[in-house]
Design a protein around this ligand. Structure first.
Ligand SMILES: Nc1ncnc2c1ncn2[C@@H]1O[C@H](COP(=O)(O)OP(=O)(O)O)[C@@H](O)[C@H]1O
Ligand SMILES: [Mg+2]
Length: 354
C-alpha cells in the first residue's frame, strides 16, 4: 500500500472540511495560538475579548462559552486560544467520549481552579453526562452516585470553578437546559476570500512556502470559506509548485495544481456536488426532504446537514424551504444545466439584456 499521504489523498479528502488524522501535526503547527493571530470572525473575536478581559479583571473564570459552526472554521483553535489568553490549562474531551456519567465526573473532579474544559461535539453527549454537566456548570458541584439499587446514595462533591468551552456543528441539537447554561455563544461564519488569503499567507510563512499574492487569492477563492481546506490546498499546491515549477506559488501554478486535484471554481467537494446533482437530476430541483436527499447520495443525513448544507446555502446553491430543500438557479447553472423558470434565485430577465 502506498503510504505517502500526498499521493494517497484523493479529491474527496482534499476538499473535505473534516479533520484527517494524518494532518494532526501540521494542523497544530498552523493553529493560531493567540486571539490576535486568529484571522477573521471579527465579531466573535471582539465579543470574546471582552468576555475574557472582564473575567480576568474580576479575577474569576469567565462564563461558559459555546462555539457553534461548521467543521474547519476554527472552533478547536479558539478553545485553545481561550485557555492561552486566560493563562489556564486546558483539558480536552468530546461528547461521544463521555458515554458514562462517571467518565465526566472523573474529569470534573480533576479540574483545578480556572481550568478550561473543552468538550468537542458537545451535542453528542449522552444524557446522564449532560445532566451531570448542568449542576457542574451552574454550581460547580457534581453528585456522585455510590452503590446500586435501593442502597445507592448520592454524594455531593465540590469541584473547582472552571470554564466549559463547548463546540458543536449542530447548536440546534443542544437541549434547552444545556444551551441556557452557556453565558456566551459564538456563531462562527464561513470566511471571506480576503480572510482566507490572510490565513494562507500566515501558513505559507510557517511552512516556508513561496506563496505569491495572486496565488493566495486563487487558492482562497476555492477553499469553500474554510481555513482547514485553505491550508490543505496550500500543501497540495506547494507539492505541485516544487515538482512541476520552480517552487513559487503563483496564480498559474495554483490554477494548474487545483485542476489536477479536481477542485472546482467554487471549491465544492464531492459530496456537495453529489447533493446538488441528486437534487437537480433525481428530484427536478426539489423540494425534497433532507433524509431522502441523504439516501440518494448514500450519506447520513446528519453529514449532509452539518457538513455539506451550510456551505451550499451560503454559496447560494441551495435553499431551505418548509417543504424541503430546493436547488437555486445558480445550482443548475453550476452543473451546466438550464434552470427551470420557478427555481429560486432565477434572474429576472431585463429588457436591455446584459
Ligand atoms: N481564524 C483562523 N485563523 C487562522 N487559521 C485558522 C483559523 N481558523 C482555523 N484555522 C486553521 O484551520 C485548521 C482547522 O481549525 P480547527 O480549529 O481545528 O476547526 P474546527 O475545530 O472548527 O473544525 C487549524 O489547524 C488552523 O490552522
Ligand atoms: Mg475541531
Amino acid at each position: 500500500m502506498d503510504t505517502d499521504m500526498d499521493t494517497e489523498m484523493d479529491a474527496d479528502t482534499t476538499l473535505s472540511p473534516l479533520a484527517v488524522p494524518e494532518e494532526r501535526d501540521v494542523e497544530s503547527s498552523l493553529r493560531p495560538k493567540r486571539l490576535s493571530e486568529f484571522v477573521g470572525q471579527a465579531r466573535v473575536r471582539e465579543q470574546l475579548q471582552l468576555v475574557l478581559e472582564g473575567a480576568m479583571r474580576r479575577g474569576s473564570p469567565p462564563d461558559h462559552v459555546l462555539l457553534s459552526g461548521p467543521p474547519g472554521l476554527g472552533k478547536t483553535s479558539l478553545s485553545m486560544i481561550i485557555a492561552a489568553e486566560l493563562g489556564s490549562a486546558i483539558r480536552i474531551t468530546s461528547g461521544p467520549a463521555l458515554e458514562r456519567a462517571g467518565d465526566l465526573a472523573a474529569m470534573l473532579s480533576n479540574l483545578l481552579e480556572g481550568d478550561v474544559l473543552f468538550i468537542d461535539e458537545i451535542h453528542r453527549i449522552a444524557r446522564p453526562a449532560e445532566e451531570m454537566l448542568y449542576l457542574a456548570m451552574e454550581d460547580f458541584r457534581v453528585d456522585v452516585v455510590v452503590g446500586k439499587g435501593p442502597g445507592a446514595t448520592s454524594i455531593p462533591l465540590d469541584i473547582a470553578p472552571f470554564t466549559l468551552v463547548g463546540a458543536t456543528t449542530r447548536s440546534g441539537m443542544l437541549t434547552g437546559p444545556l444551551r441556557d447554561r452557556f453565558g456566551f455563544t459564538a456563531h462562527m461564519e464561513f470566511y471571506e476570500p480576503h480572510e482566507l488569503e490572510q490565513v494562507l499567507t500566515r501558513s505559507a510563512v510557517i511552512l516556508g512556502v513561496d506563496l505569491r499574492p495572486d496565488g493566495a487569492a486563487e487558492i482562497a477563492s476555492r477553499s469553500r470559506g474554510t481555513p482547514r481546506i485553505a491550508n490543505r490546498l496550500l500543501r497540495r499546491v506547494r507539492d505541485y509548485a516544487e515538482v512541476r515549477a520552480n517552487g513559487a506559488v503563483t496564480r498559474e501554478v495554483a490554477h494548474s495544481a487545483l485542476a489536477v486535484y479536481d477542485v472546482d471554481e467554487l471549491g465544492l467537494d464531492r459530496l456537495d456536488r453529489a447533493v446538488l446533482g441528486a437534487l437537480v437530476r433525481s428530484f427536478g430541483g426539489g423540494p425534497v426532504g433532507i433524509s431522502t436527499l441523504a439516501v440518494a447520495v448514500g450519506e447520513e443525513s446528519t453529514t449532509v446537514e452539518e457538513v455539506c448544507e451550510p456551505y451550499l446555502v451560503r454559496a447560494g446553491m441551495l435553499a431551505r424551504t418548509p417543504r424541503g430543500r430546493v436547488a437555486t438557479a445558480a445550482a443548475w447553472q453550476h452543473l451546466g444545466l438550464r434552470a427551470p423558470g420557478d427555481a429560486p434565485g432565477q434572474a429576472t430577465p431585463t429588457l436591455f439584456g446584459e
